[in-house]
Design a binder for this molecule. Structure first.
Ligand code: ATP
Ligand code: MG
Length: 435
């Protein structure tokens, strides 16, 4: 039986003999002794001390099994425990050209991502990511939502044609899914409140720190809900994920130097800011938008909120803000129009605080057949491409709604890493499909 370093670092093991397996993470050879920092298969590390000649052939990332006695020494890095090595067995001696060291360009770290995964930073992020997914799933299970999956090879656009990845599907053309929403909508008629976690694909041509070409999309949909029901679901879910993750991953967040005092405050309710007020606030601060011809004008009602405007709105906030009631013109065809305010959608985006910006988008869906056909046509889309979706409005249509949350956006906020690429183990962007 071999143990993990985390278990070995305990008073109970002092003086006892243990066996661990792992890789050489750092190596310091002195005249008499070699100090080998061994990383186990969960990223934990412990110093193992060997007589120099025994460790002579070791190199960084060689894989090994160490048996020895645990001792406590305040000089030992990473918690004051070490192993006085007795036997050393190697599985593989890595050549001495291991490319990941202390100082590398971001590009090299991305090119060698399969190896970068062994760095402490990536291990910390991977663990936080695992907690985010775990608590997300747990919240839905505890609250009676049913987990489903939807296809990722599809025929119709959800978020507009410009970010579709086309693919050859046998003898016809198909796309990679941008969102599972239309499929979740089909499921609520027999399965009630449902949720899914599927990859969504967007051919994002803009290089930003918050867009990936493939991201993990957590989506939910339920019948007979109001917009307020949706917002309340979202704020409970996000608060639950954050509170549990920062407790479980305190060590990893500290390693990433993430001050979690703001995150501790993330509890419902989140502010609901009407879109009109958001525009007024931005106008009062002289916020401008760049027009297609490059000229600038003051932001006005009808404009979508850009990354910059979201940053401006949230920079002083310590909790997320819902911006409620966007104009339907800047939202997809399925967004339900407010029956009391023409042109305004029953929709809201959740903006994460301190400038992070949009992490979810949700609201009610247009459930009336004539209205949705109109909207599809208005967007220049062909209603025939949505025939199955339109059946949902034909047979037993009900008021319904839901939301989509970008897991990587949430992780970026929780970890405070600069670039969304670092929230995912193998990022896909416009300029990167390998490794
Ligand atoms: P944005 O305006 O930032 O491009 P969007 O309006 O296109 O976002 P939606 O289509 O509403 O986003 O998707 C729902 C959620 O999915 C977003 O709130 C965001 O968290 C996430 N998301 C959307 N596009 C991406 C992307 N390219 N990379 C990572 N996450 C994304
Ligand atoms: Mg987008």
């Amino acid at each position: 039986m071999y143990l993990r370093t985390k278990d070995v670092k305990s008073q109970d093991f002092v003086g006892k003999e243990v066996t661990i397996r792992g890789w050489v993470h750092r190596l310091r050879k002195q005249k008499e002794n070699a100090f080998v920092l061994v990383r186990d298969d969960r990223g934990g590390v412990i110093q193992c001390v060997f007589p120099a000649e025994k460790a002579a052939g070791l190199t960084i990332e060689s894989s090994l099994e160490v048996a020895g006695t645990v001792s406590q020494d305040s000089r030992a890095p990473e918690g004051g425990f070490e192993i006085k090595g007795k036997t050393l067995k190697t599985f593989n001696i890595a050549p001495p050209d291991y490319p990941i060291g202390e100082y590398q360009s971001d590009e090299l770290l991305l090119d060698k991502r399969h190896l970068t995964l062994r760095t402490r930073k990536m291990i910390a992020i991977a663990k936080i990511r695992s907690s985010v997914l775990h608590y997300g799933r747990r919240w839905f299970v505890e609250n009676g939502w049913m987990e489903v999956t939807a296809p990722t090879i599809v025929k119709g656009a959800v978020e507009g044609g410009s970010t579709l990845f086309k693919l050859k599907y046998f003898d016809e053309e198909a796309y990679l899914s941008q969102s599972a929403q239309l499929y979740l909508e089909a499921m609520i008629f027999s399965l009630g409140p449902v949720w899914s976690l599927t990859p969504s694909f967007r051919a994002e041509r803009s290089r930003t720190v918050r867009h990936l070409a493939e991201f993990s999309h957590l989506e939910a949909e339920a019948p007979w809900v109001t917009l307020e029901d949706i917002l309340s679901t979202e704020e409970q879910l996000v608060s639950y994920i954050i509170q549990n993750t920062i407790t479980e991953r305190a060590e990893e967040l500290e390693f990433l130097k993430r001050d979690v005092s703001d995150l501790k405050k993330v509890q419902p309710p989140f502010e609901r800011m009407p879109y009109d007020k958001a525009i007024d606030t931005l106008r009062s601060r002289g916020f401008q938008v760049v027009q297609e011809d490059g000229s600038r004008r003051d932001i006005q009602f009808g404009d979508d909120l850009s990354i910059d405007s979201e940053r401006e709105l949230t920079k002083d906030a310590d909790k997320p803000i819902f911006v409620v009631g966007y104009p339907i013109a800047v939202k997809p065809f399925y967004v339900k129009e407010d029956p009391e305010r023409q042109g305004v959608g029953l929709t809201a985006d959740m903006l994460a605080p301190r400038g992070f910006g949009e992490i979810t988008s949700g609201g009610l869906r247009e459930d009336d057949m004539a209205s949705i056909v109109n909207r599809i046509k208005k967007e220049g889309l062909n209603p025939d491409a949505y025939d199955w979706y339109l059946d949902l409005r034909k047979y037993g249509s009900v008021p319904h709604g839901g939301f989509g949350l970008g897991i990587e956006r949430l992780i970026r906020w929780i970890t405070n890493v600069e670039d969304i690429k670092d929230t995912v183990l193998f990022p896909r962007t416009m300029s990167r499909v390998t490794p």
